[in-house]
Design a protein around this ligand. Structure first.
Ligand code: GDP
Length: 409
């Protein structure tokens, strides 16, 4: 019965997921964990690609045979440091090896490829645009990027890498969902200390957005106003930058305490006005609080608002009002809306996808960095090469121990 429903609706997004580099691999690995934990079927297949053996070994959810070590002849599994030109060369050189891992995907089921990467590092920053170009040539499905911007405190190499990779990656893909470490790191902590909570925030938003349109396994519940994968694809568009907002609120569920059972059943009905108000205020909060990439929402071309939560707390009117509010706020006439009922859930969540972002200070800053860096490029390159030499020397010293622990590659 459920299978028939699924075939007929074909609603949710089915993705081929690629984590490139350290941060990309970690986030992809966590997205797989999210999908497994929520019984979601959004990820058809996933691979992690890296030049650093140790990073691949640290993953927990992407199976060993889906972890691809590239550039072994060049960097011997030690990574490329922050040399994203080397990252790009290695991806070009080993593209067939990467393709072989994607050949194992059930590509007939996949509606989109998603490449997750940090833009400020070396392997993913250099390699992701190369891979995106390759995938666009071979497949008809859209290719999206999830790109992590470095914090300013990480130094000029990271900023320069990000500025360049950002530009080339955006050229190659359909949309770049951007996450900015600068905005998300907590004050008083280093960027590194914040990775866990930053990754949680990113996964929460991405996971929910991609899960839209799924049918609840137990109840067979489909939303009143379903967001299907084609609406996400149409909102993301075929070029540009995207950002995601999120807000949630805990609600009283139907599983009540003993005392409540003696109260009149009319109290069980949740007031319609209350539902609608909660939903519209969640939409406001999601749009106006911190986005994955801070931007002027009146500069966006398209948006999609989706609510998830217990079905009796969701209403068509709430979706419609929120959609209208976002239309006014963005000035866009292309705002989609819908819901994703999750029976038994104790919170109502709102996720908003803003696409076609044109006004974001951080993007301007990146472009400025790229221009200024042309002047000091040799200096920065030297710094990057020195770092790589140091890295290779240190790691060569510990080579024997490394080889002992790795049965995988
Ligand atoms: P690569 O392995 O050479 O592709 O480089 P990395 O993925 O390590 O890229 C370095 C950038 O990623 C820096 O800007 C780091 O702050 C960022 N980064 C590394 N790990 C994480 C993480 O788990 N979460 C987030 N948000 N950023 C990360």
């Amino acid at each position: 019965m459920l299978n028939i429903l699924k075939e007929n609706y074909g609603l949710y997004m089915k993705i081929g997921l690629i984590g490139f580099g350290q941060a990309g691999g970690k986030v992809a690995d966590q997205l797989v964990e999210y999908a497994v934990g929520t019984d979601s079927e959004i990820i058809v297949d996933a691979v992690a690609i890296n030049t650093a053996k140790a990073d691949l070994m640290g993953l927990e959810n992407i199976p060993d045979e889906k972890r691809v070590l590239i550039g072994q002849d060049r960097v011997k599994g030690h990574g490329v440091g922050a040399d994203n030109e080397l990252g790009s060369e290695i991806a070009e050189q080993d593209i067939q090896e990467i393709q072989n891992s994607i050949d194992g995907f059930a590509t007939h089921e996949i509606e989109a490829f998603v490449i997750v990467t940090a833009l400020g590092g070396g392997t993913g920053s250099g390699g992701s645009p190369v891979l995106a170009k390759h995938l666009k040539r071979i497949y008809e499905e859209p290719v999206y990027g999830v790109g992590i911007l470095p914090s300013n405190s990480e130094g000029s190499i990271y900023s320069l890498n990000a500025a360049r990779s950002f530009q080339t990656f955006v050229e190659e893909i359909d949309s770049l969902i951007t996450f900015d470490n600068e905005t998300w790191k907590q004050s008083g902590e280093s960027v590194g200390q914040g990775y866990e909570s930053m990754n949680d925030e990113l996964i929460r938003r991405l996971g929910l957005l991609l899960s839209a349109g799924q049918i609840n396994e137990e109840s067979g519940t489909v939303g009143e106003s379903v967001v299907d994968s084609s609406e996400i694809i149409n909102t993301l568009g075929e070029r540009g930058i995207s950002s995601i907002g999120y807000a949630s609120e805990t609600v009283q569920t139907k599983d009540k305490g003993l005392l409540d059972r003696f109260r009149s059943s009319s109290n069980d009905e949740i007031d319609d006005g209350q539902k609608t108000n909660r939903m519209t205020s969640l939409a406001r909060k999601a749009a106006l609080s911190r986005l994955t990439l801070e931007c002027n929402v009146d500069s966006v071309e398209r948006a999609l608002v989706m609510f998830a939560g217990p079905p009796d707390h969701l209403s068509r009117k709430g979706i419609e009002r929120s959609r209208k509010w976002i239309e006014e706020e963005t000035g866009s006439m292309e705002v989609r809306g819908g819901d994703y009922p999750i029976p038994g859930s104790d919170k109502v969540a709102c996720v908003i996808l803003f696409a076609g972002v044109t006004d974001a200070d951080r993007i301007k800053e990146m472009q400025q960095i790229a221009i200024e860096a042309q002047d000091s490029i040799d200096e920065i390159k030297q710094e990057s090469e020195d770092n790589l030499d140091d890295l290779l020397q240190t790691e060569e010293m510990s080579d024997d121990t490394q080889d002992d622990i790795d049965p995988l590659f």
